[in-house]
Design a binder for this molecule. Structure first.
Ligand code: ADP
Ligand code: MG
Length: 569
């Protein structure tokens, strides 16, 4: 620390570039280190990157708090949040021009995600964070920097990275909760389920722009219908009960505004673990569940959409379908086929965000518009083949078409926010009102074609520099092309978006070669991450990026599939 102080005294009042001299490693005392990895070029540029490393015998975290992946990720997440709280408590904030005075760490939302912001292992606890080195104009404020680096940051480290300082009960609770959630997710298959919604869960959110739980007297906690109730023994919490969504085709029906979409949205998010108090702690879905929606205007590159779309005008190819701006129905078909390419096992659809002509074609329309004039084979004629031939289940919100009763295994009705099992009623009604629509699905579902991305698809350069970055949750800048992700609904955290950008770049450096399929490349990358940690995708070599969070294969593929520069064989 004395070295650091000396440098700061020397450069005080000089031009901003003089800060470059402080890059390096310093000691805050035995077993506690500060590394200044990267120093920003000016007070408005991206802030400097630092990390604090505390030896584990000093940090004092009991080994059982990180003894398996679930526990480690949950503990790391907990410590990121503690670090953020400590910053709010101990850091004064603005101290001059631009980002001067800022100290920041990644900010998790309602999910518990694997992140690079804090790493815990048997040797150390390490936090990565960002600092706006202070300046007036472009002049180094050495004394202010000294306060930040030698007083504020050590206080934050003391408060967040030492077991003795944190709320130990809360940490243990989160670790055990996440372990229970992962355990339940791993049990679903053996239980014959694709999703589980725990009794007492709070599904609705505070508002359309908030992911916090709805509060107040109007909230109706989830209560499973008797016939669908299952119980499961969790390693920490013991026995819980809830609604099991069985494999196969499940309809969510009910009147408008009765909570159908809210239930589906909770299931979409059940691929992630949630923090205590979220309300969705025990809404757990298959890790390979994918939300499918219409997305007109998206680009599509050589996807076989022929199971759903044939006979397009002007003889356009649907076995290898490309479009710079797909329609509602063709985009929805492409979204399904791309999800199948990545190994989806549960499709989640909502009528609110689907193309009507993709979902259904009733008998009258079948009679008026001959099959050879209608390119679309509606989803209703394919949904059973998906399940029976490929083992892919579907959960679908349909308030508007009883034709789906014929293809459903389970029908759940939302009634004043309460689910009821109406499968038997729906069967009876279907039998009484035999509909005479023609089955259009053919004998088989059709083929899922694997595509091999060409390396020329990915050019990280913009001008003479590489430019690979997330521009918020919904957008990635990759060289000169922009990737739009606002309809990739299961992407939840901007740190995942940042990771996706760097994963594509990592894939370009290591795996994309025009021979490997997209699935093979992404599998290989995710294996690397599992073996070596999420730090492997850092574009800075051995220097970690402090604000990455792990995305799923499906969301990475979604980004690549939406690149306007993608070329495949
Ligand atoms: P639907 O898809 O059936 O039309 P939504 O799921 O969009 O209905 O829900 C309609 C409204 O009801 C939303 O504002 C939602 O927040 C609210 N809501 C949903 N579930 C509950 C619940 N369990 N308790 C209270 N309000 C709820
Ligand atoms: Mg709805």
């Amino acid at each position: 620390m004395d070295d650091l102080r000396r440098i700061l005294h020397r450069i005080d009042g000089r031009g901003y570039k003089a800060y470059k001299d402080i890059a390096g490693t310093y000691s805050y005392g035995p077993g506690i280190k500060l590394e200044i990895m990267y120093v920003q070029g000016d007070p408005f540029a991206s802030p400097s990157r630092l990390r604090a490393i505390v030896d584990s015998d000093r940090a004092g975290f009991p080994a059982e708090l990180f003894s398996n992946r679930s526990r480690r990720v949950a503990l790391e997440d907990f410590l990121v949040r503690e670090f953020g709280k400590a910053i709010t408590r101990f850091v004064r904030g603005s101290r001059g021009t631009g980002k001067s005075g800022l100290i920041a760490v990644d900010r998790p939302g309602q999910e518990i995600l694997e992140r690079t912001a804090v790493v815990v292992d048997s040797e150390r606890v390490e936090a990565r964070f960002f600092v706006g080195l202070p300046a007036r104009g472009r002049t180094v404020l050495g004394q202010q920097a000294e306060v930040m680096l030698t007083q504020e940051i050590p206080r934050v480290i003391r408060a967040a990275l030492f077991f003795e300082s944190i709320d130990q009960d809360a940490a243990r609770t989160q670790v055990e909760l996440a372990e229970d959630q992962d355990y339940l997710r791993a049990q679903l298959k053996d239980m014959g389920l694709v999703a589980f919604v725990g009794d007492g869960a709070i599904l609705p959110r505070e508002s359309g722009i908030s992911d916090l739980p709805m509060r107040g007297e109007r909230v109706v906690p989830f209560r499973s219908p008797d016939s669908l109730r299952v119980s499961v023994d969790l390693p920490n919490r013991g026995t819980i009960t809830g609604m099991g969504v069985p494999r196969g085709v499940t309809l969510i029906v009910g009147g408008g505004y009765h909570g159908k979409s809210t239930l589906l949205r909770a299931i979409e998010r059940g691929i992630y673990n949630h923090i205590l108090g979220d309300g969705r702690e025990f809404v757990i879905s298959s890790p390979a569940a994918v939300k499918i929606r219409a997305e007109d205007g998206r680009r599509v590159e050589k996807v076989n959409i022929s199971p759903f779309i044939n006979n397009l005008p002007q003889g356009q190819d649907t076995v290898s379908f490309s479009s710079e701006g797909a329609s509602g129905s063709t985009s929805q078909a492409a979204n399904i086929m791309e999800a199948l390419e990545m190994g989806v096992d549960l499709l989640l659809l909502d009528e609110d965000t689907s193309a009507t002509n993709f979902m259904i074609r009733d008998i009258r329309m079948q009679k008026l518009v001959a099959k050879d004039k209608e390119p679309i084979t509606p989803f209703i004629d394919k949904v059973r083949q998906l399940y029976e031939e490929m083992g892919v289940s579907t959960t679908i919100v349909v308030g508007g078409s009883g034709d789906y009763f014929d293809v459903a295994d389970t029908v759940i009705m939302m009634d004043e926010y309460c689910p009821r099992d109406v499968t038997a009623d729906a069967r009876r009604i279907a039998a009484e009102h035999q509909e005479k629509r023609f089955k259009e699905g053919g004998d088989h579902f059709g083929d899922v074609k694997h595509r091999r991305p060409l390396t020329t698809s990915f050019n990280p350069q913009k001008g003479r520099k590489n430019k690979v970055a997330a521009r918020g949750l919904d957008s990635i800048q990759f060289g000169r092309t922009e990737i739009e992700l606002q309809y990739v609904e299961q992407l939840v955290d901007v740190s995942q978006t940042r990771a996706i950008a760097d994963i594509i770049y990592y894939g370009l450096r290591n795996y994309f070669d025009g021979r490997r399929t997209l699935n093979q490349v992404l599998e290989a990358i995710l294996r690397d991450i599992e073996k070596k940690g999420l730090d492997v995708i850092s574009p800075f070599g051995r220097e970690p990026v402090g604000d990455h969070a792990l995305p799923r294969k499906f969301e990475i593929a979604a980004a690549i599939n939406r690149m306007r520069t993608l070329k495949v064989r």
